[in-house]
Design a protein. Structure first.
Length: 134
């Protein structure tokens, strides 16, 4: 596992999945219809468990100064320390992401108010990580 430090908050425009995991693909389709994939900005998804035990999943893209997407909701990714690893060619074995997050969520330094993050930094690989306590 690696630690990642984010020095600043990141403002994301997000599409919330109607249901997890069934609505994830549609959330990404709506997001990319508004903001096509590019390595010039951060594309991240965020997930956490709500009070009912359901997984909330947001597919998001970093907002660049002055941008506005009325059909998308705003999420503030918190600066701080995160822990995780890179999964190469993630589409070959998507369930490995869930297994990794289960392991990461057992970390004693996990921020209980945090979330699971998938950072799609290119078209085939993803960094999966969780926020640690301050």
């Amino acid at each position: 596992m690696e630690d990642y430090i984010f020095e600043n908050d990141i403002v994301l425009a997000c599409k919330r999945a109607s249901k997890f995991p069934e609505g994830v693909e549609e959330a990404f389709q709506v997001l990319h219809a508004n903001i096509p994939f590019s390595t010039d900005r951060k594309f991240m998804s965020l997930s956490w468990m709500n009070e009912s035990g359901d997984i909330v999943y947001l597919a998001g893209a970093e907002l660049i100064d002055g941008e506005s997407f009325p059909d998308l909701e705003i999420f503030h990714f918190k600066k701080g320390k995160y822990r995780g690893t890179v999964i190469e060619d993630f589409m070959k074995d998507i369930p490995q992401m869930g297994k990794l997050f289960q392991e990461l969520c057992r970390d004693p330094q996990l921020d209980p108010e945090g979330y699971c993050v998938e950072w799609y930094f290119n078209e085939s690989d993803v960094k999966c990580f969780v926020r640690l306590k301050d």
